[in-house]
Design a protein around this ligand. Structure first.
Ligand code: ADP
Ligand code: NA
Length: 332
């Protein structure tokens, strides 16, 4: 039996949105109070699988750390650190490069999406990314990983690597990590197009709420969010086939810690001219303290670096003995 332990990571690739907050950061903060050890990582080694400007990477790593803390992840309660500062990730990844099979890796759909037509020119790191992700998780013997839809296949690969290692070496050493799948209500869609995920890479800034947006900007983006001309339906079922309305209701539910049913009981039948100001007030109340706290934290980057170093020390204390035992098993 393995001690329950949660691991998750986010790439410091610049810019955090309401989607990252509701789908990841807020859930990470909620998980840390459940008596289970929580380990959260800025995965800079993953970020450089595609080109990163060095100064921007350094800034994005600190800003992501500020985003975690401002969202409620407490560096005393959780282990919060930067991947490249704990060498055991890369060391374990090499072992797993030798466990994973070419055929497994070639089936990873995200590589195909990210590399696009020019796969011959993609980095070897982008191809090997899922083996590093397996190392991130298994170097802590993490038993649970909160994942979005897009990472499910990679977590399957992590489980395959753990099983093959255990089988090949005749050990019961790595846990078979369980996914913690996010609910539909935490998949936040674009404010301009209800069929697209809210994303930092969307060219339209009006499509997303950034964690760095101030109160006026947040309110404006919600006022201007795309909707259909009908008022909100009176029943939950009426949200079907109305993706923009559904998205705004989901956001309201997630921000107020209510179910969609509870929200609909309160706002069902209202016109958007009445509902949007309610949502704007709620979003400003929840999100603008986060942006204020992020900018306060970013004024003292030395303090952020100190927090990340302390987190790396704690992470290493868990990872180093697990890597040593792995080397022993392998005969090194
Ligand atoms: P990464 O490449 O590190 O996954 P992303 O910015 O795509 O970076 O996502 C970071 C985290 O935020 C992931 O856990 C992802 O599932 C979550 N996330 C990103 N966008 C959304 C969204 N629109 N709705 C819900 N969760 C999201
Ligand atoms: Na992603």
């Amino acid at each position: 039996a393995f001690t329950p332990r949660v691991f998750s990571g986010i790439q410091p690739s610049g810019g955090l949105t309401l989607g990252n907050y509701l789908g990841a950061l807020k859930r990470f903060a909620d998980a840390q109070d459940k008596g289970i050890e929580t380990i959260y990582c800025m995965v800079d080694l993953h970020a450089i699988t595609v080109w990163q400007d060095p100064a921007k990477l350094r800034h994005a790593t600190r800003e992501l750390c500020a985003g975690f803390i401002a969202s409620g992840v407490d560096p005393q309660k959780s282990i919060l650190f930067n991947q490249s500062q704990v060498a055991e990730h890369a060391q374990m990844a090499w072992i797993f490069n030798c466990v994973a099979r070419m055929g497994w890796m070639k089936r990873m759909t995200q590589f195909k999406d990210k590399a696009g037509k020019n796969a011959e020119n993609a980095s070897l790191g982008l191809f090997g990314y899922p083996a590093l992700m397996a190392a991130d998780i298994l170097v802590y013997h993490a038993t649970h990983v909160p994942v979005g839809e897009d990472q499910k296949q990679h977590l399957e690969l992590t489980r395959d690597i753990a099983m093959k290692f255990n089988h090949d070496y005749g050990v019961d050493f790595f846990p078979i990590t369980e996914p913690v799948i996010e609910g539909a209500a935490t998949r936040v869609m674009s404010l301009r197009d209800g069929s697209k995920k809210m994303s930092k890479s969307d060219p339209s800034d009006m499509s997303r709420i950034n964690l760095t947006d101030d109160a006026d900007t947040i309110a404006k983006k919600i006022r201007k969010a795309k909707t259909d001309p009908e008022p909100l339906p009176s029943e939950v079922e009426g949200l079907e086939n109305r993706p923009e309305a559904r998205n705004l209701i989901n956001i309201f539910a997630a921000l107020s810690d209510q179910t969609v049913d509870q929200v609909m009981a309160e706002v069902g039948g209202k016109a958007f001219s009445e509902f949007k100001p309610m949502l704007a007030d709620l979003a400003v109340a929840q999100m603008s303290p986060i942006s204020t706290e992020m900018s306060r934290l970013m004024q003292d980057t030395a303090e952020i670096d100190r927090i990340l170093e302390a987190g790396a020390d704690r992470a290493r204390a868990i990872a180093a003995p697990i890597l040593q035992r792995t080397y022993d098993i392998v005969g090194m």
